[in-house]
Design a protein around this ligand. Sequence first.
Ligand code: GDP
Length: 299
Amino acid sequence: WTRLREGLARSSNSIGAGLIAIFTKRKLDSGMLDDLEDVLIRADLGVATAARIAQIVGKGRYDKNVEIEEVKDILATEVERVLGPYAKPLDVDTGEKPFVILVVGVNGSGKTTTIGKLASQFSGEGRKVLLAAGDTFRAAAVMQLRIWGERLSCPVIYREQGADASALAFDAVKAARERGDDVVLIDTAGRLQNRAELMAELDKIIRVVRKVDESAPHAVLLVLDATVGQNALSQVEIFGRVAGVTGLVMTKLDGTARGGILVAITDKFHLPIHYIGVGETAGDLEPFTAREFARAIAG
Ligand code: GDP
């Protein structure tokens, strides 16, 4: 959590600087509450949460000096209140064997890295993990997954560049079932420029995987890059529609001024948040905890 606190320091510092500019040595008026709302919206927390926080700060404090620590406490409490119900660990012990996880998101969001981190965690817990290099469009993504597989001694199913990702996913789930693996992690391409193709491809992967196990995929994780800020909202909407996202992983929370976007996303989409990424190595994946996140963002 030190990583998260340090990582979100840019978010909390920008909010903190805004609060100092507003609340220093003045008695509270409505203009200051508008400014507070602006600071929180600029920190990507979303209009609803920003307005609510300003309203709470205003209650009973007009014409009084407001301590910045008081505002930070209200901010942390509200952020925790929004996120708390959605902080849910990813449960792979549902009796499904293998438990099939489809990992989706735009290119560069951190899908392959997150798969490596999850594989590391699951195999560290004694589970047998199989990886499927379903981003068949990018040779680098396939290579990256193979390197993770080698490092973790997890088998990786891959094909030549441009191969059919759904056939690969089918083979992977079938192989995992035959081998008695516990978890299959399927990487996918994230070409958002071509939504129709993306939709067709993810749809086909899901349909084909269901031919092996009709309850699969058991989780569809959307990986979001925190540094893209507001763009993440449209990514949730698009992938939600295309792939039936069941939960979120937010990456790159080490060193972003835009971590507040998780609050806006949760306010709008109410999706479980499973993990956060706070770096590039295997250990840099943390189960999401609303309280720690809220405190880190409030500073
Ligand atoms: P993909 O295209 O979605 O598979 O994304 P990658 O897994 O290839 O990640 C893109 C880049 O982001 C790589 O350089 C990763 O090392 C980096 N990355 C992924 N997750 C994190 C994270 O949590 N923190 C940081 N700082 N970098 C990350």
